[in-house]
Design a protein around this ligand. Sequence first.
Ligand code: NAP
Length: 286
Amino acid sequence: MSIAVTGATGNVGGRVARLLADEGVTQLLVARDPGKLPDLPNATKVRGADYSDKAGVQSALTGADTLLLVSARESANRVQEHTTAIDAAIAAGVSRIVYLSFLGAAPECTFTFGRDHWHTEQYLRSTGVPFVALRDSMYNSGFPAMTGQDGVLRGPAGDGAVSAVSLDDIAEVAARVLRDNAFDGQVLDVTGPEAITVAEAARLLSEVTGREITYHAETEAEAYESRAHYGAPEFEVAGWVTSYTAIAAGELGVVSDTVPRLTGHPAQSVAEFLRTNPDSYAHLLA
Ligand SMILES: NC(=O)c1ccc[n+]([C@@H]2O[C@H](COP(=O)([O-])OP(=O)(O)OC[C@H]3O[C@@H](n4cnc5c(N)ncnc54)[C@H](OP(=O)(O)O)[C@@H]3O)[C@@H](O)[C@H]2O)c1
């Protein structure tokens, strides 16, 4: 069995590649710049292409039978990028695809980027290729990452809760389903062990940093205003803001048993993540 791992220069793909290497799995690591790929045993580095380049992706994936398709960086035409990459994979002879989706993916879900994932899942289903969609929740590393230097975690999440999950757990689940076709045809929610509010996350951050971290529940208008200075395109700012309004709407509070069921250990909580990853909040220490 040869597994191709896209996004292997990134958070999820990189972790999956290391786990597969530890298991002695033969893999193709695909990146637009192979020089950025890790050196791993039984892994061949392959020059990939942007997902929108069908010929380039097809050539990169030739020889692989199972593919981890890490979703593309958010763009205005991400669904088309994904469908092109899927077509390329099938043309290259890939016979199973594990796709990194997002919790609550639906055609009208509040989180605008989640809609891209739903359309991609629909396309995968229409091709008939065996696939697994891993609908991961928000990363628990997102809480410290989204907290400003001023110690304020801002967003229009209201009192909603999110079942934030660790990257390590997502990767472990992905590595399991890549090696085991028992999950083919399933859509799996990949979440942490509980749903916590953003205010609770701020409290946990206060504990580990030793300074007061607060949550400011922005209005939606405030959220667009406070992010305007980044000068990002409209679709991107909408994705940032709606990641919080989706929490407020209760769409990211689902807790699943996927992590314990597939890995044999409990899913990591936000508290445990912060305790074991001080680097994640180093920018908040004076
Ligand atoms: N659950 C969450 O909280 C959360 C948070 C952020 C993002 N995400 C989504 O989950 C995906 C994976 O997350 P991550 O944390 O592993 O992201 P990451 O660290 O940014 O890695 C993304 C990887 O995908 C590759 N990639 C991105 N766009 C591509 C394209 N158009 N064509 C080909 N390769 C492309 C990148 O390759 P290069 O090295 O060639 O750039 C990189 O290796 C992200 O792309 C995003 O869609 C989820």
